[in-house]
Design a protein around this ligand. Structure first.
Ligand code: CA
Length: 440
């Protein structure tokens, strides 16, 4: 596990004023990576969020603001994706983070030098479009919240909600990488084949049961050669960072197609990720123990168990989901919160997921994306999908306008946010993941 170091010092301030705002997700202690479109040239470039600005990494290197031990890592950012940097591993990521932290700091020699060329290396986030952070070769989505798995299982099998394998093996399906897009914009309600319970035959049309899934995505750093599993001890070195992930799901299509091979077209029409990847190093102060297994639950098999992973395999990361209907936006009503949950509720942590993924020798590659699965918690209000909140549409929820929702309606915008807070540490956030659904 990465130790807390000088870059996490809560006293640090930046010469970029907006980074010192207590509300920002991106203070100098965060420094998340993303890919933006340079408004001057139209080129895709690697950037680092600082307050409401973006540091252009290639420009900072060209101006001598970042160099020395971080030069190789900064050079790896001179492309249109983060894949090269992700492939380099923790030593290079740390060197780059240290150099950027020092260049953006208030009252330092490096900070003064960087501030002198601010006009060449900084852009406003406003009106800059963001792209996917990486070229995602493969996408695997897990099912690691026992609360979500139990809630969904209850709807299908009231007497036996949790499958017998659940507490032994991290469950996942292979998702579609081509339809993952960066936060923002509008997408059309998907069509698909469904069959109502009282119908004799299936029909084809727009999904009438569109749902969100509040998840955290994690990007793979260095990969592993085919045939060489990654042990749990090594898993930390293979994860670059975290983002928000909305695994949109068409529940009616899913219910008809999922047996016997799992979800297919009910998930692959689109998935959104937040554009900024918060590194595992930035999250070091917010690590927590793995999920405490209740008495009577089996211990993980040895390949999924180490003392270190038990002690610090979790992340204390709060996740919120909001909905804003077209009517709410027209009336100027603030988005309505549907979900407040926490990543610490995951029964399987991301290191166990990655280790399990490679345990048969399957190779993973830099830039691959894995999702945790819908993160539901045990408390009221902590359900990570509308399927669970409305009990599959049986108990509709009310919006501030009086509108009711069984599932997501045309014109609705779904907004996800995530952040970490702890005593004596600067709060950091993952930014937002949002999208609006429109009619077919
Ligand atoms: Ca999912």
């Amino acid at each position: 596990m990465i130790n807390v170091n000088e870059t996490h010092n809560p006293e640090l301030e930046s010469w970029v004023d907006s980074a010192n705002d207590v509300e920002t997700d991106f203070p100098i202690q965060n420094l998340p990576f993303g890919v933006f479109v340079d408004p001057a040239t139209g080129a895709a470039k690697v950037g680092i969020a600082i307050g409401n600005m973006i540091l252009d990494v290639a420009a900072a290197r060209a101006d001598g603001v970042i160099g020395g031990p971080a030069d190789d890592a900064a050079a790896a950012c001179e492309g249109a994706t983060l894949n090269k940097l992700m492939a380099m591993g923790g030593g290079h990521w740390s060197a780059l983070r240290a150099a950027v932290s020092s260049a953006l700091r208030l009252d330092t020699k490096e900070g003064e030098a960087a501030k002198a060329v601010a006009g060449k290396i900084l852009l406003s986030q406003e009106n800059v479009s963001m792209l996917l952070p990486a070229r995602i070769g493969d996408y695997t989505d897990f099912y690691s919240s026992i609360f979500h798995a139990t809630n969904v299982g209850k709807m299908l099998r009231p007497d036996n909600p949790l499958m017998p394998n659940y507490k032994h093996i991290p469950i996942a399906y292979h998702g579609r990488a081509s339809s993952i897009v960066a936060s923002g914009g509008i997408f059309k309600r998907p069509f698909g084949q469904t069959k109502a319970t009282d119908a004799d035959t299936p029909s084809f049309g727009p999904s009438m049961a569109l749902d969100y899934e509040a998840e955290i995505g994690f990007f793979v750093g260095p990969g592993n050669p085919l045939g060489q599993p990654v042990s749990l001890d090594e898993a930390e070195d293979h994860i670059f960072g975290l983002c928000l992930l909305n695994d949109w799901s068409a529940r009616d299509i899913q219910a008809w197609e999922y047996q016997p091979l799992g979800p297919f077209l009910s998930k692959s029409f689109v998935s959104h990720v937040s554009p900024w990847v918060v590194t595992t190093e930035a999250l070091a102060p917010f690590r927590c123990g793995s999920f405490p297994r209740p008495d009577g639950d089996p211990a993980p098999l040895p390949y999924l168990f180490t003392e270190a992973n038990q002690d610090s395999g979790g992340f204390d990361l709060q996740i919120e989901v909001f909905i804003s209907s077209a009517q709410m936006r027209d009336a100027g009503i603030q988005p309505h919160r549907l979900t407040l949950t926490n990543m610490r509720h995951l029964y399987w942590n991301i290191f166990q997921m990655l280790t399990h993924h490679t345990s048969n020798g399957c190779n993973i590659r830099p830039g691959d994306l894995m999702g945790t699965g819908t993160i539901s918690g045990p408390e009221e209000g902590s359900l990570g999908s509308i399927l669970e909140i409305t009990k599959r549409g049986g108990e509709p929820l009310s919006l501030p306008t009086g509108e009711q929702r069984k599932f997501i309606a045309d014109g609705d915008e779904v907004i996800m946010r995530a952040s970490c807070e702890a005593n004596g540490v600067r709060r950091i956030g993952l930014g937002e993941c949002r999208a609006i659904i429109e009619g077919p």
